[in-house]
Design a protein around this ligand. Sequence first.
Ligand code: CA
Ligand code: CA
Length: 147
Amino acid sequence: MNSLETFLSTEEEQEVVSAIRMAEKNTSGEIRVHIERNTTEPIDSRAKFVFHALKMDNTKLENGVLIYIAVDNKKFGIYGDKGIDKKVDSTFWDKTRDVMQRHFKAGAFKTGIIEGIKSASEALEKFFPWQTDDQDELSNEISKGEV
Ligand code: CA
Ligand code: CA
């Protein structure tokens, strides 16, 4: 098995998907997690590329957030669409990153991702509250591999 298959167990993946589903009950924002083995690009530009490759800019309020992880590189990046970036200050992303980093350093990847989802959704809730006509605009499943 390669590192993509062993990074999270099936159960852990389901917990992450549940965390996304729960987070999206409080906000119209859309959160996704993408993992791949490695990248030679700077992590933030790769996260941005993957965001667009996954068509995550396809939300009405431009409020998609991608958590991107390069497993073999032991690196991750968070990319939020224009709608969010306009509202939050830069410390918001730092806070989410720090929370994840702390758990990742301890090897607690699932917990790190889930805590990152919670942190991101706190800001999303504030600026993009859930609406009665909410749609699940982007899949909650974890996507994997090269895009
Ligand atoms: Ca939604
Ligand atoms: Ca979703």
